[in-house]
Design a protein around this ligand. Sequence first.
Ligand code: UD1
Ligand code: CA
Length: 462
Amino acid sequence: MESIASIILAAGQGKRMKSSFPKALHPVAGSPMLSYSLELTKSLGIGKRIVVIGQHAEKIKKEISDIENEIIYAYQEKQLGTAHAVQQAEKYLVDFSGIILVLYTDVPLLKASTIQKLINCHKEHRASCTLLTANLEQPEGYGRIIRNQEGKISGIVEQRDLTKEQGLIKEINAGIYCFNSKELFAALKMVNKNNYQKEYYLTDVIKILLDKGYVATTVTVQDREEIMGINTRMDLSRVSCILYQRNAYEHMSNGVTIIDKNNTYIDNHVKIGQDTVIYPYSIITAGTEIGECCHIGPYSHIINSSIGRETRICSSNVEKSKIGNNTMIGPYAHIRPESIIGDDVRIGNYVEVKKTFIDKGSKVGHLTYLGDATLGKKVNIGAGTITCNFDGKKKNPTTIKDGVFIGSNNALVAPVTIDRNSYTAAGSTITENVPAGSLGIARSRQKNIIDWTEKKNKRETK
Ligand code: UD1
Ligand code: CA
């Protein structure tokens, strides 16, 4: 089999995005834009994968190293155009002979099956270059495919270099190409920058190859969405919506109910079990796993968390935490990072939990803050309870053991331990440990002043 290498161009700043960080890192459905072409080339089993970076090179390398590390980075110091960018990869391919797949980083909807078609067509035609095209109703912004009288491709003209007549052409260059390595690098040396943008255009290579007598051919995609390029924030929004819809369809086809796919945002790399129902206005981010028969939403934001089965999360935020089975969260709860919530737990309205472990069967019903706390089994936390976990310098732990009942409106001043099966009285400020099986009460006694109202009224009428 002929070997394949890939070159992904990601050196551009993405001026049209009007952003202070690189286009390649803009998240699309929760993953950096560049990760899409990386995943694609990986899924095709391409061994040698080169990414051309320039602007914000270190930032890109760092962020991508979390996802992939078998990548060769080529550096393009000045962004002189797409042809110049490809040239920067040449030194990593001196011993290579075969097909070079060139992709741009801003086309995340592209499918592996389409690339496979492109590669197959390239081989069948023994072509020097095979590129992907599409017919668009609104072709503005893209390079247009020029064809001769026989209908064969004769070149590509960029938007800003179009003549009025060429402006009517609807067939566009998707920016995805297969080249023969030797012919590509020879042709690149002949590209000039005689164009409106004064850049070295990769698209000029097609005419150069044809002039040399080589074969250039095209594959036209039917699904136009697939080749949508992201150049502006408007494009970013359009492409993101399509990806969210794609993800929703995939989960639905796996047995998940999504009430309103247009108002549900599920990132890539999310797992959801069968018979789980996702209600509208829910956002589920990358890395999240949700078990079977859960109810998520409406209005829930689940960030990189793991949720068991038969659990309900209504109008709540869950961030980098683990939630057990048959647990109920919300409405209006906030589960902050590093929390572990067990099975059969109830967390109700206006409850904030941070870096806290809550064991099976415990209840935290209303208006509570638990930070750096450990709760045993079957603990009941009264309304309005807070852990005073911060002393101004450091965070301190609160330990509440199995079967404890914390009365309403308690302040638990950490570090403090409430031992097994104890009670604390409502309104207490607990500053000392409570031994097992005891009642901790820490509030002043009530005093009733009899006939106080009558005396007050008399004083006032004097
Ligand atoms: C390009 C194509 C156009 C095609 C469109 C498809 C050229 C000249 N034009 O236009 O025919 O219809 O894509 O989406 O190729 N880049 C570099 N270094 C550079 C310049 C660009 O690495 O010096 C990278 C960018 O980061 C980007 C890609 O190349 O990933 C394409 O550049 P962009 O400016 O987006 O090209 P378009 O104008 O969209
Ligand atoms: Ca582009």
